[in-house]
Ligand binder design. Structure first.
Ligand code: ADP
Ligand code: NI
Length: 214
């Protein structure tokens, strides 16, 4: 492993100590591995992809009073401390700024492939069995209800509404998780998503069956 990647993993592990289990070092490690896997079928700058994956949740606005400027700032200062070239730092910061689901509508039309890869990897880790586990963990962390048949999902929320949404965890499947397979950029991510998407549909069927004591 290159020295810069090595130092970055140490930095991220340290920073994310005590993080919510869905956004901890192991989430970063999975996104990093998925990014490398997706990269195998793309022509891209591997170092930018790896650094983008490793630093993409370094200061998630959800856990920092909604501050969206902190993560790129923390990452930039860290990479400057390693004397990483400034034009390449900008590429990593661009990934951090644009990777998020809630910023999708704002992202520029022609995204760099390195961003597309990290975005796909982050989205893949939001679906399937891991996606389900992360979502219930986050819902518990926020003290949200698991499910309430009287609260309908709100698809297509504005960025502001999405951020303050206190809906149920089951609604989050309809508001985000089930939409992700159609938002993927690369063919390899679309392939990985198929099984994971189906697994969530099966989970929901079983959940309602047990909820209704059918
Ligand atoms: P992004 O990083 O793409 O902006 P988020 O950080 O909002 O996405 O979501 C990452 C993961 O956190 C989601 O896939 C989900 O598991 C969990 N999560 C976020 N918001 C909610 C919510 N309102 N209810 C349940 N889980 C959530
Ligand atoms: Ni993430």
């Amino acid at each position: 492993m290159s020295q810069i990647i090595d130092k970055t993993t140490d930095f991220v592990k340290e920073k994310l100590q005590g993080a919510e289990a869905g956004h901890d070092w192991y989430h970063i490690e999975r996104v990093w591995k998925l990014s490398k896997k997706i990269s195998e079928n793309e022509t891209c700058d591997a170092e930018i992809v790896e650094l983008g994956a490793l630093l993409h949740d370094i200061a998630d606005p959800k856990f920092h009073n909604g501050d969206e400027t902190l993560a790129p700032k923390v990452a930039t200062e860290f990479l400057q401390s390693l004397n990483f070239p400034s034009d390449r730092i900008e590429k990593v910061a661009f990934i951090i700024n644009n990777v998020s689901f809630k910023n999708t509508h704002e992202a520029p039309e022609h995204l760099p492939i390195e961003l597309k890869i990290v975005q796909d990897a982050d989205r893949i880790d939001a679906i399937g069995a891991i996606g389900i586990a992360r979502t219930f963990n986050f819902g518990g962390f926020k003290n949200n209800l698991m499910y309430d048949p009287n609260i309908p999902p709100q698809v297509g929320m504005s960025k502001e509404d999405y951020k303050k949404s206190n809906g149920t965890t089951i609604n989050h499947f309809y508001e985000k998780l089930l939409l992700l397979k159609d938002l993927l950029n690369t063919d390899s991510a679309k392939e990985i998503a198929k099984e994971r998407h189906q697994f969530m549909l099966n989970f929901l069927d079983q959940f309602y069956k047990e909820w209704n004591v059918d």
